[in-house]
Design a protein around this ligand. Structure first.
Ligand SMILES: NC(=O)c1ccc[n+]([C@@H]2O[C@H](COP(=O)([O-])OP(=O)(O)OC[C@H]3O[C@@H](n4cnc5c(N)ncnc54)[C@H](O)[C@@H]3O)[C@@H](O)[C@H]2O)c1
Length: 382
């Protein structure tokens, strides 16, 4: 059993996602377990080069985790022959040009979503990457969450019969930033800085819908900026120019209708921050990030509408918990492992820049639907 190394440049590692999910929970976790076991018995050990804009922040993170390799010079990092993969978790607006540099440098690329700010950019990146012959991947972490894996298991096992509809509820209250600090970065609320809940969440909804239920054929969306004034990280008031809520209807292949509310201006009365209810002829399920509950047609109650009487049934208690039947790792780490295997062992990998571009397309057409007040069909990307 030999130890093989793979050089990975991590850009945006001082940010929320770059630090917590990708550095700490994925790549450092992989190093702590002694590397990724490969098919031939070797172990693949990630050697990390941290890239960012602030020397002080990079040094602080590196010191905290016993890392030594960091730089503020992206071009120099990409020129290194011991670097195989470029990873990007920067703010969305900085992503496309950095990915282009990495592809030009001949590195494999793995990136957070959305892959670009518009569809033309996202498609161009996918074409460039194919032409360069590099491997490419896009973070689609929700697919690797226990709740979504259980939902996929139910679909694959034929539990639902004919699927009729999907109703998704996502969101929580993001504090305005005046009397309590906001728990998301302020750029999320400025469209000029790449913010907005549609560009943030529709790429997620695209891969969840496409990969679990089927192709997305049309979108109808209504968006809102419910809170037009917010306060940034330094406590300064700013105009929230981006949408902070989106009410979308997505038509899927086979006639399935998905309706998903996304909002940063909603208070949670749910079990999890996102939940999807799926109704089918044979049964229904409600899945969140971790849990999934089902009700089979044979166990479906027959409520009778009578507003004169209090509810006679405890509807929530009539659902059955879907067991784990497996051990679930962190979703980001699980996808990193698949991408690393794709790079070094050439295993199949479908979550690529084309899949990322389809997510950007849904966001772009969702915004068009909202702007023009109409249903928009989604053409296939070529
Ligand atoms: N997969 C997911 O579930 C998920 C969740 C949240 C965010 N994201 C994506 O991850 C990316 C980062 O989001 P985040 O919430 O970690 O943001 P963040 O603001 O916490 O971090 C942004 C990072 O980009 C860097 N950066 C580079 N150039 C910058 C510039 N000009 N201005 C500001 N920062 C700059 C920052 O230093 C920081 O490291 C976004 O593209 C977002 O869409 C993905």
């Amino acid at each position: 059993m030999a130890r093989r190394t793979i050089g990975i440049v991590l850009n945006g590692v001082t940010g929320r996602m770059g630090y917590r999910q990708h550095l700490v929970r994925s790549l450092l976790a992989l190093r702590e377990q002694g590397g990724l076991p490969l098919a031939d018995g070797d172990r693949l050990y990630p050697e990390l080069v941290l890239v960012g804009r602030s020397e002080a922040k990079l040094r602080e993170i590196a010191d905290r985790h016993g890392l030594t390799d960091w730089t503020t010079d992206l071009a120099a990092a990409l020129a290194r022959p011991d670097v195989d993969i470029y990873f990007d978790a920067q703010v969305t607006a900085q992503r496309e040009k950095a990915l282009r540099l990495a592809i030009d440098a001949g590195k494999h690329v793995y990136t957070e979503k959305p892959t670009a700010e518009d569809l033309a950019g996202a498609v161009d990146l996918a074409r460039l990457a194919d032409t360069a012959g590099i491997k490419h991947g896009v973070v689609q972490d929700k697919l690797f969450l226990p709740g979504m894996l259980k939902l996929k298991r139910l679909v694959d096992g034929g539990f639902f019969g004919r699927i009729l509809s999907i109703r998704g509820e996502f969101g929580y209250w993001v504090f305005e930033g005046d009397w309590q600090t906001a728990q998301r970065p302020s750029w999320n609320y400025r469209s000029q800085d790449g913010g907005g809940i549609v560009v943030d969440m529709f790429p997620h909804w695209h891969y969840v819908l496409e990969q679990i239920f089927g192709e997305v054929k049309a979108v109808t969306a209504r968006i809102a900026t419910h809170l037009p004034a917010r306060w940034d990280e330094s406590g300064t008031a700013y105009d929230a120019t981006a949408d902070d809520a989106a009410y979308g209807i997505f038509e899927l292949a086979g006639g399935v209708i998905a309706q998903i509310n996304s909002s940063w201006a909603v208070r949670v009365y749910r079990d999890e921050l996102v939940e999807f209810q799926v109704d089918g002829t044979e049964g229904s399920a409600v899945a969140g990030l971790r849990n999934c509950r089902i009700q089979h047609r044979a166990a479906t109650p027959k409520p009778v509408w009578n507003p004169d009487l209090p509810a006679t049934e405890d509807f929530r208690s009539q659902w059955q918990v879907v067991p784990d039947n497996a051990e679930f790792d962190n979703g980001f780490k699980a996808q990193w492992e698949l991408f690393l295997r794709h790079v070094v062992e050439d295993t199949p990998y479908t979550w690529d820049l084309w899949a990322g571009a389809r997510g950007v397309q849904l966001a772009e057409l969702g915004l068009r639907s909202a702007r023009e007040g109409r249903r928009v069909e989604i053409p296939e990307l070529s």
